[in-house]
Design a protein around this ligand. Structure first.
Ligand code: GLY
Ligand code: MN
Ligand code: MN
Length: 437
């Protein structure tokens, strides 16, 4: 049973902003997620669908939010699991129909048992349907059966809204960022040569839990060469003296994600080679943050980080060409620097860790214009996996992977780093690692 993250009036104004963009003869159907099976008699911990959280804050499984226009105004109806003592003994307490209508920002509530009957009757009196498909098979069948109706995707309208965060959302995202920052600091302090990646993970995630939060994506803890595998998360190797560890871990508060990466030497002292790569990535990251200016196109930050990284790879003797050749096409970024920096510079952040609204729509698009209220990540990296066979890895840097990732709010006065309490300079990190205080 969820708590409300926002006032009723905030949810209601989101609902009307969305619904007022739709034709009045349409029906809106927004299901949340179902509980997902994990293994015999055991399910994955439930996480509500982000659109459901956004529109009404309902965080229990299986619900469907419906909206129809009655000729005068839009009416919202939430279909929920009805009270059922026998089921609740096993699965937990339910809010039920009465609890939903009295406690949530909706006009009416109904039992999910009545979904087919009520939705069918609404389908008979509307012209088009805006439905989130693929989450609720019963609903998909009902809508699929109404072949005379035009089915539209409601998400582009909602995504445009979700891209701009309200003051309330920013407060929650700051809280999420603060918990994740403290978690990385605790993990730096706890590190020593020979520590297991899983032990670093446990320090991070203990902080999440202690703050009534949980991870927003599986924590990545990669020591040595494992830092060069972008989505590494088996976290089952020991980290040897002299290796770097890359930790990409964030939590969620009321559904809102933080997403921080820090990289540190497990023994508390950067080697010369590690320092060279770390300083370069940090310089690129600071340039990326500086590029996060209201009015700039999305691609500006990737251009900024790419220019610094390409120049640095040339200065370190890793690439032997001009900066332009290293980067390649100014839209496609297909030059040889991509061998060592193979992902984007960032993504929107919000209810989804890779939040909706998409920075760029394909290789020909410079992306959205940055506006105050947008929150995104800035996360350049360089990766020199000694295991790589596709490209020659310089011996000096083999086994080094570095990424530095912060969460940045766009404001009219420039970028605000929500994760600024998480240290990232070499001096700060060397001071912290192994310092259990
Ligand atoms: N943690 C996933 C990412 O940084 O995008
Ligand atoms: Mn990220
Ligand atoms: Mn990340």
């Amino acid at each position: 049973m969820g708590e409300h993250a926002f006032s009723d009036s905030e949810y209601l104004s989101r609902q009307s902003e969305f619904l007022e963009q739709l034709p009045e003869d349409s029906l809106v159907l927004m299901p949340t997620n179902q509980v997902a099976y994990r293994s015999n008699d055991t399910n994955f911990p439930f996480r509500a669908n982000s659109y459901m959280l956004y529109l009404c804050g309902w965080s229990d499984p299986g619900a469907v939010l419906m909206a129809h226009h009655d000729g005068t105004e839009w009416i919202t109806t939430l279909f929920v699991q009805p009270r059922d003592t026998k089921a609740e003994i096993w699965e937990g307490r339910r809010v039920g129909v009465e609890g939903a209508v009295s406690g949530w920002p909706i006009n009416q509530a109904r039992s999910l048992d009545d979904l087919a009957e009520i939705v069918n009757s609404q389908l008979n009196s509307c012209r088009s349907v805006y439905c989130l498909t693929g989450l609720n098979s019963e609903l998909d069948e009902l809508v699929g059966g109404a072949s005379q109706l035009e089915i539209s995707d409601p998400t582009p309208i909602l995504d445009d809204m979700r891209v701009l965060k309200s003051e309330g959302e920013i407060r929650i995202m700051q809280e999420s960022a603060d918990i994740a920052s403290a978690s990385h600091i605790a993990a730096m302090r706890a590190s020593f040569p020979g520590i297991g990646e899983w032990q670093v993970q446990s320090v991070i995630e203990a902080q999440f839990t202690a703050n009534k939060s949980r991870w927003s994506y599986p924590s990545i803890v990669g020591g040595g060469d494992n830092a060069t595998i972008l989505h590494y998360n088996s976290n089952d190797n020991e980290i040897s003296d002299g290796e770097l560890v890359l930790v990409d871990a964030g939590c969620e508060v009321s559904g809102y994600a933080s997403d921080i990466t820090r990289t540190w030497p497990v023994n508390g002292k950067f080697s010369d080679q590690q320092r060279e790569i770390y300083e370069l990535v940090l310089k690129a990251q600071l340039a990326g943050i500086e590029a996060c200016q209201a009015g700039s196109v999305w691609l500006s930050m990737h251009r900024a980080t790419s220019a610094v990284l390409a120049q640095g790879l040339i200065d370190l003797g890793i690439l032997d060409c001009s900066v332009e050749e290293a980067i390649g096409d100014d839209m496609e970024f297909n030059g040889p620097y991509r061998n060592f920096f193979m992902h984007g510079t960032g993504h929107f952040l919000g209810l989804d860790v890779h939040d909706v609204g998409g920075g760029r729509q394909g290789d020909k698009d410079e992306g959205r214009i940055l506006q105050p209220g947008m929150v995104l990540t800035v996360e350049p990296g360089l990766y020199f996996g000694s295991w790589r066979t596709d490209v020659e890895i310089p011996d000096r840097y083999a086994g080094i992977g570095v990424r530095i990732e912060d969460n940045v709010l766009i404001t009219a006065d420039g970028p605000v780093v929500l994760t600024s309490s998480c240290p990232k300079t070499i001096d700060e990190i060397e001071e912290l690692v192994g310092n259990i205080g």
